[in-house]
Write a protein that binds this ligand. Sequence first.
Ligand code: AP5
Ligand code: MG
Length: 215
Amino acid sequence: MKLVLLGAPGAGKGTQAKKLIEKFDIPQISTGDILRKAVADGTALGKEAKSYMDKGELVPDAVVIGLVKERIAQDDCKKGYILDGFPRNTSQAEALDKVLADMGAPVDVALSVDVDKDVLMRRLTGRRTCKGCQQMYNVYFSPPKKDGTCDKCGGELYQRDDDKEETINNRLDVYEKSTAPLIEYYSKKEILKPVNGIGSIDEIFSSICFVLEQK
Ligand code: AP5
Ligand code: MG
């Protein structure tokens, strides 16, 4: 199954992707995670990406399209994959379609996780992630037992650089302008499946599984 996860910043794409990995045994490809790792490693890619990410702007299409092309050609993607945070605009979606048409394996489903803006703000400002195992928490909705420490591995929790209120506002604007039009794009292709992204993580996951079974 080749799945595109659409949704605003904070909609829960990463959270749900982790559960989908377990259920379907296919990898998550998060362009945001790949770029953040490049920034942390201080690579040339990371240095270029950081200036865009810190402002909440999109990293240039050529960069991310290249990353995704390379990633989906790897062996572990043969059974399918979950694209989280890619495509992010129409030109990325068209580039993806072209690559997949050449491989003879188009996208099966585009899941759109829908969440209101006021909820998104709390999800993003409250998000904390473990430096060790990447487990996600939220100080408002799912806090760790001990402040700043991962329940699972004892690692230190950090806040993403782009989870500051002013950057979040720009990310939400960029989403509305550039990414939201993909809902129409995939709807026209008749592969769009909307899911209500409000509720508990497990409730949303059940809705996603239900929608995928209807396919
Ligand atoms: P990216 O990393 O993709 O960030 P994003 O799209 O802004 O989305 P987030 O990761 O912030 O949110 P999410 O939907 O994954 O939510 P999560 O599950 O974490 O991109 C970052 C940057 O990289 C971009 O701004 C851009 O610069 C660059 N970039 C990336 N891809 C690119 C591309 N294709 N092209 C160009 N540039 C690109 O959940 C959020 C919080 O909510 C967590 O605390 C979680 O615990 C909590 N939560 C989740 N679900 C629930 C729930 N049901 N109830 C309560 N809390 C919940
Ligand atoms: Mg994410």
